[in-house]
Structure formats: C-alpha cells, structure tokens
Design a protein around this ligand. Structure first.
Ligand code: APR
Length: 401
C-alpha cells in the first residue's frame, strides 16, 4: 500500500489464513479443520473456475495414501484409473516400461485435478470449512512477526485485511505469498524448452504414457479420462497458443509419434491450449517467519514427470502436521522442521524432472556442445531401454515422491 492509501482495517481473522484453493490449499484446509484448527481459505477465482480448471491428472501412490488417511479419496477410488506403463518412441523403435511392476511396484492413479479439487472443496465445505471466493490476496504483511496480516480485494473490489497467527501461501508461483518474499530466496532454472499443452476431445491413443523423442522435437501423450487426452508438443520459445492450426497439430503429433510405424492417433477437437515454458524453481526455505509455503508457491517442478500436484499434497500434509503440533500441542519447533522435511522431497523430484527433460529433448543447435548433449541423451535412452537396474531406478522415481 502506498503512503497515501489508508491501510484497510482488520475485518476478519483466523489462526491460519490459507491463500489459494488448489490441491495444496484445500488439502491443508481439510486437515486443519479436522484437527479443530481455526482456518480460512482465500481464493481469488470464483467457485466454478476452481472446480473446472484442468491441470494435472497423475496421482502418485503416496498421494493416494495421504488422501486415504484423511478420508479424502472416495472420488478417486470411484472414478480414478490405475496407470503403470510408459511407451518411449524413438528413431530406434519403441519400447515400453511397465513401471508399475518395477521399482516399488507403485502405479499412478489417473484422476483429473479438477475432480480432485472438487472432491476436496466439497469435503471442506461439508465439514463447515470457511472459504472466500473472488477474494484476491494483495500483500502479506508483518510475516516476520507473530501477527501477520493479509490485505485482500474482496468480491466487491474493496480492500480489507485478515489477521492471522500463520499464513499458508498455497497461491502458486505468482501469488501474493511469493510476492511478499525477497527474489533472492528463489533458486531457479529455465530449461530453454517450451511445450504446446493441448487437451483433445478424443479417447487416449495409447494404453500408456507416450513419450516420443524426435529430431523435430518432443511429443507427449497422457490419458486424462476415457474421452479426453492430454498432448504436448515441443515448440519454439515465444510460440503463441493459437499459432498452430488443429490440422498442423495432429499432423505434427503423428509425425513425431511415428504413427506410420505404430498406428494412428484418435483425433478430436482441441478444447484447451496453453504454452508452457519449462522452468523450475525452489524457494530456499519454505518458512519465512509466520508465512509458510506449500505447492507451487514452494517449488515449481518442470511438468516432465507430473510431480507438481503430488508434491502439493505431500507438503500440505507435512504443513498441517507442523501447524497442528504448534497450535494444538504447543511444539514451537515443529514449524522449523517443516521446510527441511519438504525440501528433501522437492529436490529429489526436481532432480528426476531435470533428468527427464534431458532425456526427452534433442538440442536445437548443431554445434559440438549440442552434438555432445545429443550423444549423451541417446546413451541415456539406450541405457533405459536395456538396463533393468536403470528401469528400476526410473520406476521408483517416476511414481515416487
Ligand atoms: N489470492 C488468492 N488466490 C490466489 C492468488 C491470490 N493472489 N493467486 C493465485 N491464487 C489461487 C489460484 O486461483 C489457484 O486456485 O491459488 C490457487 C493455486 O492453485 P494451484 O496453481 O493448483 O497450486 P497448488 O495448489 O500449489 O498445486 C500445485 O497442482 O495445479 C497443479 O500441477 C499443478 O504443480 C501444480 C500443482
């Protein structure tokens, strides 16, 4: 707030103010509510947007266990689909990894994130949880103290303030929690690769997660539901989401997935497009006084290995445990343990996502450096294709969190 603007009066309070109604914020809200902790979720979007926004869809076994533990998994057990196979398509042919039978023997559950978020929200409201939609957090103030405040813009556009004992920043990479922290607190990497992310109104074309490695660029295939499939196409940085016609999209997917050798793709209307610049970042610590970070606000893994939503749920459970130990059991050290516990998992996920990015993407350049990178990449693919030990490592990290 500038000097001239009056600081809005504190109009509401909660022991824990949660910013963001995504997987992290709503999992945290449910767990705190169940433990009798006074909390509220402040969400800038309206309820319809929250419940329909298509994002991730591959839940790790650990994520299912967390949701099982807290009675939040009915929907995913009714409608989720087990998934345990990857198919790699290369210029040397294709090979499949039944990762569900390798490593820890864990499979993904394919369950669209909008369905999971709807389940979490429904459960939270049924348990009497407080949430304010169309309420955008603008700043988090006095986080270093013991009575932080959150200035928000309410649905009528009026500024008002919430007072809290703790603020949980679950509002993603560009939310108010991150904005209130120094930029130096962020470790980041731009992988120099961009994807055109597509949702097609078409049934899956493979019974596996498809990774096509091609000199023209990467292409990916991930089931979402029996009627909708997620595709990715590596594209030049700066490509606009609507730059490619649907015909060009399907032709390029066919080329890169080598449909001439492996069979056609089920085509359908492209119902959502976005361009994703593959970037990763991690906040150096997830605790800044009375402000705690979870989910994308804490770290952003590149989407190559479907880690984001799974880290969000894991962090939400660890943060709930720490807040409950602090607020209900008087353990002041609990919150100091939160950040190192999460960062161990975050960096394991970041390392694997980085390895996947190096595996999936041929370099655009053709200088000596790029040719060396390309030879390394081909060697990684060949090792994954032929080495059982490498396949066990892949399976453990691909599904694990
Ligand atoms: N004030 C209030 N709400 C906000 C603000 C703000 N200033 N900024 C963002 N939000 C809300 C968004 O509208 C969204 O509902 O915070 C929520 C953040 O949700 P996600 O982006 O889903 O983040 P998170 O819960 O951390 O889940 C992380 O899930 O979306 C998948 O794979 C994706 O890695 C991602 C993972």
């Amino acid at each position: 707030m500038t000097g001239r603007q009056t600081i809005p009066a504190v109009t509401d309070s909660a022991d824990v103010v949660i910013l963001g109604a995504g997987p992290a914020g709503l999992t945290l809200g449910n767990l705190l509510l169940a433990a009798g902790i006074d909390c509220v979720v402040l969400e800038r979007a309206d309820r319809r947007h929250v419940q329909t926004r298509a994002r991730a869809g591959f839940l790790a076994a650990h994520t299912v266990r967390v949701l099982d533990r807290h009675g939040l998994s009915d929907g995913l057990h009714r409608r989720g689909l087990p998934h345990g196979t990857c198919e790699f398509r290369t210029d040397g042919g294709r090979f499949r990894l039944d990762y569900g039978a390798l490593g820890l023997g864990e499979r993904h559950t394919v369950y669209p994130q909008q369905d999971l978020v709807t389940d979490l929200l429904t459960h939270y409201l049924a348990a009497g949880g407080r949430i304010r939609f169309e309420t955008e957090a603008l700043t988090v103030d006095d986080a270093a103290g013991v009575r932080p405040t959150v200035t928000v813009r309410d649905p009528e556009g009026r500024p008002c303030r919430w007072r809290a004992r703790y603020v949980a920043g679950c509002d993603g990479r560009h939310g108010a929690a991150r904005r209130s922290l120094p930029a130096a607190a962020r470790h980041q990497r731009d992988h120099g690769v961009s994807w055109l992310g597509l949702l097609a109104e078409a049934p899956p074309s493979l019974d596996a997660v498809g990774y096509a490695l091609h000199a023209r660029g990467f292409a990916g295939h991930m089931a979402r539901t029996p009627e909708v499939t997620r595709y990715y196409l590596q594209c030049e940085r700066g490509t606009a989401p609507d730059a490619w016609s649907e015909e060009r999209i399907w032709d390029e997917l066919g080329l890169r997935m080598r449909t001439a050798d492996h069979g056609p793709l089920h085509r359908g209307r492209i119902i959502h497009r976005s361009v994703i610049d593959l970037q990763s970042d991690v906040m150096e610590t997830l605790r800044h006084g009375s402000l705690l970070l979870a989910g994308d606000a804490a770290s952003l893994p590149a989407p190559a290995a479907a880690k984001g939503a799974n880290l969000a749920v894991l962090e939400a459970e660890l943060l709930a445990e720490a807040l409950i130990d602090d607020l209900a059991h008087g353990d002041p050290g609990a919150l100091d343990r939160y950040s190192p516990r999460c960062l161990a998992h975050i960096w394991r996920a970041q390392e694997f996502s980085h390895w996947m990015i190096q595996l999936l993407h041929a370099p655009y350049a053709s200088d000596g450096e790029a040719l060396f990178h390309e030879s390394l990449r081909r060697s990684r693919v060949e090792s994954l294709r032929t080495s059982r030990a490498h396949q066990e490592w892949f399976a453990e990290n691909y599904v694990g969190i």
